[in-house]
Design a protein around this ligand. Structure first.
Ligand SMILES: [Cu+2]
Length: 672
């Protein structure tokens, strides 16, 4: 165990800047320096045509507001899941059915910034039910259903400014937890900057997440006005606690790059949420007015709805002794991670020269022995050495995040020196290091935040690629890099480009979810208000200047496909139900000049609505946009638009072939 009495810290922020410049100038030139044997690397990442990857790998899209789904080890992109952003591929966030998913107390926010995917857990292991992710800018959490790969729920977080440190899932998905990055006046009000230290506060939010459709802010803990960065729940012995890094304990509000880098140590906040639950039950929280949106997507109606909430329970640590403790941690810590045993709490002090590892059992003993140095806003600050297990020496410059394998090793991403450092929790000695290309942020070991990591790989998520790929103008792709960790030395296997910023990612064994997939939605269960479950249920109706068209799509025609009686100035709502009851047969729908939601993509058994404004008299085509069959090009229709006030009867008919079929069956042809 290496334990230096005084934690080393960088001399100054200036030294860090100088180091960055120096290291950039010395960036590795040999692109393949970490690859031992190219043939070996190729065979380890090769997934033969028609074969499946072993892992699903979920990356945040960063500023794209989406989630990327890749296979590992191949790095093949399988899907982009729209979460906090409108998505042109399938109309999410544009069409009537899904727009409400982007509602907030500020109105509809068309896109946001996602950062930390977090898989649901049971017993401290991934259970394959859900993936949660945060919106940073307008603070929210989302739930993605891993049977349909659709976003089914979002909730806004009140009293939060910058929801960066989130979401982190507790051992049995009791809560997903998040902390405000920016301190703000809570509740919001107009305050001068000279009042910063007194009036600005932080919050840590505990959101109930273990029931579909019922996300709710159980309570918030009011924290001192620092910046909060990242967190992890405890597990095993430390289950019931969450740990969050805080920086800017200087409480600077200008030129943070200098003014927030003065203290040699900042803190990890340890919050005992079980104590918090008790205090709330004992009535020690206060109910504050707050306005925030809760959006749910109903799989039966295929529609999203918004519920506005107007209060939240807030717990002040002064009213709940034992709720929060501060662990001093060098220096401006970024990540905090808990090892698989739940005993070690590892800080990532981005300006520190060591990796500080706290011991949970020593932390508990220090509380019992009252080894406190001082209080900050009634929160006890523990003695650093009393909780310290070890400091890992020589970690490189700018250690950020840690993940773990099942063999007692930790893998730390190191930003400035652009490397992954492997070290042992047993002796706190660095065992190996590999360069990353370039500027690694987070890293992932599959299952690396659980009680039972799957191991096998560590994946670097890099901010910069520079010369790694074919150039594409000023904007270059960001990337992930896959390293083999099965041997004593890490070995680079693969680079693969990613959508947006692959800020953080988690991987789950494909076997845990691949057989659970929804293949199509059952038509019989479709409760959309304008569903047409058969062609006989299709038709048109007018309500003032709005025309509703109930339409079906099946290989290879729409019913109806000729619509008349629409007048210039009408708004036509095409409600398209995909009648297919088979896997992998979506249909598309597009009508000329659609201004706000240009196209639909409708899954089998689903209903989606296109809003189309009939601007000018004429006869206008619509067609299927998703190549669905040999006669896909025949899958089209027309809407006839008469001048306003013209005497053309409203009617919708299907193609001639269908009309014959209906007549033979004694069914009405089209309908009114
Ligand atoms: Cu089609």
């Amino acid at each position: 165990m290496s334990f230096t009495r005084k934690s080393g810290v960088m001399a100054s922020a200036g030294a860090v800047v100088a180091s960055v410049m120096l290291l950039y100038a010395c960036a590795p030139k040999a692109k393949s320096s970490a690859i031992g044997n190219l043939g070996d690397a190729a065979s380890k990442t090769y997934v033969a045509p028609g074969s499946y990857d072993e892992f699903y790998f979920f990356t945040s899209g960063g500023f794209s507001g989406q989630v990327g789904v890749y296979g590992l080890p191949s790095g093949r992109l399988l899907k982009v899941i729209p979460v906090f952003s409108q998505n042109a591929e399938n109309g999410y966030g544009y069409n009537t059915e899904t727009r409400a998913m982007l509602n907030t107390s500020w109105g509809m926010v068309p896109w946001d910034d996602t950062h930390h995917p977090s898989l649901s857990m049971t017993g401290g292991e991934h259970d394959g039910r859900w993936l949660f992710i945060n919106a940073n800018n307008t603070p929210r959490f989302a739930r993605i259903d891993l049977k349909s790969f659709e976003t089914t729920e979002t909730i806004e977080l009140p009293n939060t400014g910058g929801n960066h440190g989130a979401p982190f899932t507790t051992e049995n998905t009791e809560y997903i937890v998040g902390a405000t990055r920016f301190s703000v006046p809570i509740p919001q009000k107009d305050v001068g900057f000279d009042k910063f230290a007194d009036e600005f506060k932080g919050t840590i939010s505990f959101v109930k997440a273990n029931e579909e459709g019922k996300m709710d802010v159980a309570f918030q803990v009011l924290m001192p006005g620092f910046d909060y960065d990242l967190g992890r729940p405890g597990k095993g012995p430390s289950h019931g606690w969450v740990f969050f890094t805080s920086y800017n304990t200087e409480q600077a509000h200008t030129k943070l790059e200098v003014n927030a880098s003065k203290n040699d140590k900042d803190y990890i906040a340890a919050v005992n949420w079980k104590a918090g639950e008790q205090c709330v039950a004992q009535g020690k929280s206060k109910t504050w007015n707050a306005r925030y949106a809760h959006n749910t997507y109903n799989m039966a109606t295929h529609m999203a709805t918004t519920e506005m909430k107007n209060s939240v329970k807030v717990l002040d640590p002064k009213d709940c002794p034992g709720l929060v403790y501060y662990l001093p941690t060098p220096k401006s810590p970024h990540g905090v991670d808990v090892d698989p045993t739940g005993e070690y709490i590892v800080g990532g002090g981005k300006l520190a020269t060591v990796i500080p590892v706290h011991s949970f059992s020593k932390f508990q003993k220090a509380i019992a022995d009252k080894k406190f140095e001082k209080e900050v806003s009634t929160i006890p600050v523990l003695n650093y050495e009393a909780t310290m297990y070890c400091e890992v020496a020589n970690p490189g410059l700018g250690p950020l995040h840690n993940e773990f394998d099942a063999e007692g090793n930790a893998y730390t991403s190191v930003f400035i020196t652009s490397e992954i450092v492997k070290w042992s929790l047993k002796d706190c000695k660095v065992a190996d290091r590999v360069p990353t290309y370039y500027s690694i942020g987070h890293l992932t070991v599959p299952g690396g935040d659980t009680k039972k990591p799957y191991g096998k790989y560590v994946i670097a998520m890099n901010k910069i690629t520079k010369d790694r790929y074919l150039p594409t103008g000023p904007e270059l792709t960001q990337s992930a890099q896959l390293y083999d960790i099965t041997g004593p030395k890490m070995k680079l296997l693969l680079d693969f480009p990613t959508i947006g910023e692959p800020h953080y990612a988690q991987a789950i064994l494909a076997s845990k979810i691949k057989t659970e997939q929804v293949k199509f939605f059952k038509l019989a269960d479709n409760k959309h208000p304008y569903v047409a479950r058969t062609e006989q249920e299709t038709g048109v109706s007018r309500s003032g200047r709005t025309v509703h068209v109930k339409m079906t799509a099946i290989r290879s025609h729409f019913a109806p496909d000729n619509i008349e009686g629409v007048q210039a100035g009408d708004t036509v709502l095409f409600h398209v139900t995909n009648l297919e009851q088979d896997w992998d047969v979506p249909h598309g729908f597009a009508a000329i000049g659609s201004a706000n939601d240009s196209e639909l993509l409708v899954m089998p058994g689903q209903t989606r609505t296109l809003t189309w404004v009939a601007k000018y008299p004429g006869v206008y085509p619509f067609y299927c946009t998703d190549f669905c069959s040999a006669l896909h090009q025949e899958m089209q229709g027309y809407v006839r638009v008469a001048p306003s006030g013209a005497a053309v009867a409203l009617q919708a008919t299907t193609s001639k072939k269908s009309q014959v079929a209906f007549a033979e069956a004694g069914l009405p042809v089209g309908s009114k």
